[in-house]
Unconditional design. Structure first.
Length: 233
């Protein structure tokens, strides 16, 4: 089986809200590497259903998140514990944000101006999308008599992603790949060179994609909690 297939199946089950399939995919078997943020979101959906077996898997996920302790993992643990009835209710408002969309704006180029989140729908609006709306004469999504209806997102730039590359390289057990990638991330154009060099090792490229996605998802979750919101009730 392709290493990306289990993750793709999880993502599909989550997008369809198919809690039964999601729980079945996780089961007692080994979980996809670097997918705990995605898995946790799926289990939050399964716990809300509720779904047989979801509680046991949520406890397993909590233990794994506690051991890993990446940015955003603590917030996800709190959400899972609350769903299980084992933690206090935080003073966070529910905002159904797509964390990957939010991460794209948070870690985009600051020169593009960040973006906004609709506090009613959770839709993420990158600044370029807002500019396009204005250019074509449509209503500005932020042109509202209720400024509190929007959450401003300031882009943090590429530094978090650069640290991810450094961390990923530091964890490699392939000395040749580690040496070549360390050289690739020096100077301007580091991200492009990193991916170009990493493409020589398809398995490592897939590992990096999973690693980067889960790191970004976690950072978006942590940022949202800091702003006073949670993507799940």
């Amino acid at each position: 089986m392709d290493r990306g297939e289990p993750r793709a199946r999880l993502r599909d089950a989550l997008s369809r809200g198919d809690s039964g399939s999601l729980v079945g995919l996780l089961g007692p078997q080994a979980w996809p590497e670097n997918a705990l943020q995605l898995i946790g979101d799926g289990l939050l959906t399964a716990l809300a259903a509720p779904t047989n077996g979801a509680a046991e898997l949520a406890l397993r996920c909590i233990d794994a998140l506690d051991d890993r302790d990446w940015e955003g993992d603590t917030e996800l643990v709190d959400q899972l514990r609350r769903k299980l009835g084992r933690g206090p209710t935080p003073l966070l408002r529910i905002l159904p944000v797509d964390l990957e969309d939010l991460a794209g704006v948070l870690e985009g180029d600051p020169s593009y101006g960040g973006g906004r989140v609709d506090l009613q729908t959770g839709q993420v609006w990158p600044q370029f999308a807002i500019d396009d709306v204005e250019e074509f004469g449509e209503d500005d999504p932020d042109d509202s008599d209720e400024p509190s209806g929007w959450l401003r997102v300031e882009s943090q730039g590429s530094r978090p992603g650069y640290r991810d590359m450094e961390w990923f390289i530091g964890g490699l057990d392939n000395p040749d790949a580690a040496d070549r990638l360390s050289i690739a991330i020096s100077g301007r154009g580091a991200f492009r060179r990193f991916k170009d060099v990493l493409a020589r090792w398809p398995d490592l490229f897939d590992r990096w994609s999973d690693f980067s996605e889960d790191r970004r998802r976690g950072r978006a979750r942590a940022w949202l909690a800091e702003a006073g919101y949670t993507p799940y009730g």
